[in-house]
Design a protein around this ligand. Structure first.
Ligand code: NCD
Ligand code: ZN
Length: 354
């Protein structure tokens, strides 16, 4: 057994489904899944029902979270055309603003240029703006970063031309950053065919050429690995109109460490992508006395059994990984121990709101 000690890892893109989607995930199951995946801080997306786009819904949601979270949780504010006046107040209790430019699960969308400009004018400059931008929308985001001279973070970049355009923008000195998901690194459109609705998410799985481009930019252009953990129940996925999205909190680190073993990236780079960079981008302080202990020589097949996510399935079922999270220590307390009958040892509510 090879024992590896990592710093507390961060997922900058998690859907926890509170309020309104608790049949898919809740604060207890989602933060347990995070710890089991070696993640000690996660940032929750605002496309809930109703969305985290008003001060009242945000306050109620944070209150619920504080009672049950096992790891640290920060929230994104959602940009909603009807509530743009609330943006400055939402900023007080969120880590960043999320703007959806393209269609995906949930109703949050910004379509009008004037609304986009309002977001950039009203959101405090000290906090990040993250965008769901696909295809030409990436150019829109880069244009706004240039016009307003402020940082923009691109979520789940998946196509060759998108990552290449971001590389060009970075070279020009623009403060743009981006993340990729494990599913866009380890699966392709062929897997989407095989998996059906269980392989459908936004952005959709891409071609082998796109996947190759993401891997080749992992050492340079790409700043973070983010899971885009987007749980939906099997019943919802098997319905006539299945929602897009796949879970990923528990599989991200084992997959990425397997890639380290295969020398597709270095361990130092993995730590930058999964801890240092997301902390820098979203201004999250280092959690003191916190570490993740991993056995890097524990080959096993990923499966739908024994997952903490409430949805109870993974698109990576059947894939072999070599790493297994053994223990997680958060602020000096053992919060996850693979060898303990209960495994999750944190107290509900012991996670901190970011
Ligand atoms: C996400 C969801 O289910 O909330 N779905 C997805 O396919 N990624 C929404 C999103 O992040 O786009
Ligand atoms: Zn998402």
């Amino acid at each position: 057994m090879t024992h590896l000690i990592l710093p507390g890892l961060v997922d900058g893109h998690t859907h926890l489904r509170v309020p309104g989607g608790e049949q898919k995930e809740d604060f207890t199951t989602g933060t347990a899944a995070a710890l089991a995946g070696g993640l000690t801080a996660i940032l929750a997306m605002p496309n809930t029902t109703p969305p985290l786009a008003t001060v009242q819904i945000l306050a109620e949601t944070r209150q619920k979270a504080q009672q049950s979270i096992y790891c640290d949780v920060g929230f994104f504010a959602g940009a909603s055309p009807a509530h743009l006046d609330q943006l400055p107040y939402l900023a007080n209790d969120t880590v960043a603003l999320k703007i959806y430019l393209n269609d995906t699960f949930g109703l949050l969308r910004i379509e009008k240029l004037l609304s986009l400009m309002t977001c950039f004018e009203k959101w405090p400059r000290s906090k990040m703006i993250a965008m769901h931008a696909e295809g030409t929308s990436v150019a829109v985001g880069i244009g706004l970063a240039a016009a307003y001279q402020r940082p923009v973070h691109f979520c789940h970049i998946s196509r060759k031309e998108e990552v290449e355009l971001i590389a060009i923008a970075k070279k020009q000195g623009l403060a743009v950053t981006c993340e990729v998901t494990p599913h866009h690194l380890f699966l392709t459109e062929a897997d989407a065919m095989r998996l059906g609705a269980l392989g459908d998410m936004r952005p959709k799985l891409a071609s082998p050429t796109d996947v190759e481009a993401l891997w080749s930019h992992l050492d340079s252009t790409i700043d973070c690995i983010a899971t885009d953990h987007a749980p939906h129940t099997l019943a919802e996925k098997q319905s006539p109109n299945p929602p897009p999205g796949v879970p990923g909190l528990e599989t991200s680190l084992p997959l990425m460490l397997t890639a380290v073993k295969e020398k597709r990236l270095t361990l130092d780079r993995l730590i930058e992508l999964m801890s240092t960079n997301p902390r820098r981008i979203f201004k999250l302080t280092v959690q003191p006395n916190t570490q993740v202990e991993v056995d890097t020589e524990s080959p096993h097949t990923l499966s739908n059994d024994h997952l903490y996510t409430k949805c109870g399935w993974t698109p990576f079922a059947g894939m072999t990984v070599t790493a297994q999270v053994r223990r997680v220590i958060l602020r000096g307390a053992v919060v996850f121990d693979d060898g303990h009958p209960n495994k999750i040892l944190a107290r509900p509510g012991s996670g901190q709101l970011l």
